[in-house]
Design a protein around this ligand. Structure first.
Ligand code: FAD
Length: 461
């Protein structure tokens, strides 16, 4: 590749091309997880579909590996890679709400904060995650779970259609009626099949929710976990609640006497009325009164942004995950042991319920092959200080190794680091892997899109 090629490429883009010599290069190449430091060859900030096509043609012509960056939030840093061309979608940002059809069209570079903000004005929402700075692109293509999962399913269950620029630079629509195999594959198969420039989602009537955390001392954690494992498998679908080990942040609304205290908690989200929520939670309060609770009616975007401040860009992250069918007494004992040893203020362990509405599709309906699992577990070592990297990583690994034998086998692809290995990816897709590999061979036969949790094309199938 000559400098003249780069100049011509730049001239063809409506968006921007960032080179290593540009003053903004260092800022633009940053990864959300500061543990990862990568130096791409070029960053193409695409303004539209045509720019994405141009970038793919350029990458192909000059044999440059490409990475795709949506919200840039991936903990494994998969939006950016060394010596690659980053196809950055952050300029493709729009949210068009159709109140009649009750759908929303979302640009490929949006974050969930963009979507929540635009939809809230119409009393609507799409099920997503628990942090609003996360990208729509990566979260959706990997599955997507969060506060609305038990009521409305995974994010992929609300996806109606997507605009995709394929590995040969051509454009395709993926939906139940157009390229249905591609549509199947992108609902969980990650960024393996093309660059999604636009998502069309079904929306739901969610405006106010009753939500927030309840916290208990670690001494009660065994009892709370045992109560929770029974409760969440039979609770009404309107009630979502993820379990966590956490350290209480030294800030309001938490009382000073709890600041920096390691505790366990459940973060609730109820999509009905406060009286109904209180009726459901009353037995819990009566028998196991929380040391602190901040459970109240609030606008849905307030819940979605509740943890944004705690997890800004630029922290060190290392996480390990598993799907979980059952929480045995032995598994709970190990959780208590490792959860009590949280290595830093930001480190945590979350058990996200993925039952309720998320159980309605079958394992074969989408690539997400753990429709029968009850939880998605993630053990997260986080700290601002690079000097603590080894410490938080060792804690997360030890915790995960202890609990892995009690897991269901695979893990949520979006909770994996880069390079966890082919076996982990296959274990996650189970019987769906072969179908994904065949669709990959059709749409991306030479594995052009391989900076991801990679599905290798299966040519002889
Ligand atoms: C703090 C934090 C909280 C999180 N909370 C949740 C949660 O509650 N629920 C949940 O489900 N997940 C959660 N995640 C995981 C999250 O889903 C993944 O990190 C996801 O990859 C982020 O997507 P992104 O677009 O921001 O990432 P990026 O780094 O931009 O992209 C990651 C990968 O996704 C693919 N990709 C992204 N956009 C596109 C696109 N438009 N077209 C094609 N491929 C694309 C590419 O393969 C890319 O390499 C969280 C992550 C973090 C760091």
């Amino acid at each position: 590749m000559q400098q003249q090629d780069v100049i011509e490429f730049k001239g063809q883009l409506r968006g921007e091309l960032i080179e290593p010599t540009d003053a903004r290069y260092n800022e633009e190449r940053q990864v959300y997880n500061a543990m990862i430091n990568r130096r791409p060859r070029l960053i193409a900030k695409c303004a539209d579909v045509a720019d994405v096509m141009t970038a793919i043609h350029f990458g192909r012509k000059h044999d440059v590996r490409v990475s795709i960056r949506g919200g840039g939030h991936n903990a494994g840093g998969l939006g950016v890679f060394d010596d690659c061309l980053v196809i950055d979608l952050s300029l493709i940002k729009y949210v068009h709400v159709d109140t009649t059809a009750r759908t929303v069209r979302v640009g490929g570079g949006c974050t969930w904060g963009d979507v929540d903000h635009a939809m809230h004005a119409f009393g609507l929402a799409v099920p997503s995650g628990i942090i609003s700075t996360t990208g729509v692109g990566g979260l959706t293509l990997g599955g997507g779970m969060g506060h609305l999962t038990r009521k409305y399913g995974l994010t992929i269950d609300s996806l109606l259609a997507a605009d995709v620029v394929l590995a040969d630079g051509t454009f395709a629509v993926a939906s139940a009626t157009e390229n249905p195999d591609l549509f199947w594959a992108i609902r969980g198969g990650g960024g393996n099949f093309g660059v999604v420039t636009s998502f069309l989602f079904k929306a739901y009537p969610v405006q106010m929710v009753c939500a927030g955390p309840m916290l208990w001392p670690l001494e009660q954690a065994t009892d709370i976990m045992k109560w929770y494992r029974e409760f969440i498998v039979q609770a009404p679908e309107e009630m979502n609640g993820f379990f966590a080990f956490l350290t209480v942040p030294p800030a309001p609304p938490f009382p000073e006497e709890l600041h920096f205290k390691k505790m366990c908690g459940i973060v609730w989200c109820y999509t009905g009325l406060l009286e109904q929520a209180n009726e459901i939670l009353e037995p819990l309060r009566a028998d196991r009164q929380p040391a602190f609770e901040f459970f109240a009616p609030m606008p849905f975007p307030m819940l979605q942004t509740m943890f944004d401040g705690l997890y800004p860009r630029g922290l060190q992250w290392y996480w390990k995950a598993d799907f979980v069918n059952e929480l045995s007494d032995e598994a709970i004992a190990l959780h208590i042991k490792h959860g009590s040893e949280l290595p830093s203020l930001h480190s945590t362990m979350h058990l996200y319920p993925i039952n309720g509405a998320a159980h309605k599709p079958t394992n074969a309906d989408t690539p997400w092959s753990y429709r029968d699992a009850t939880w998605s577990e993630v053990i997260v070592g986080v700290d601002p200080d690079p000097a603590n990297t080894d410490h938080i990583t060792a804690w997360a690994r030890n915790y995960w190794e202890a609990l892995h034998p009690y897991g269901a086998g695979g893990a949520y692809v979006n909770f994996m680091m880069e390079g966890e290995g082919d076996d982990r990816i296959r274990a996650t897709y189970r019987d769906n892997y072969e179908r994904l590999a065949r669709i990959k061979a059709e749409y991306d036969p030479d594995n052009f899109f391989r900076v991801n949790q990679n599905i290798r094309p299966h040519h002889d199938a």
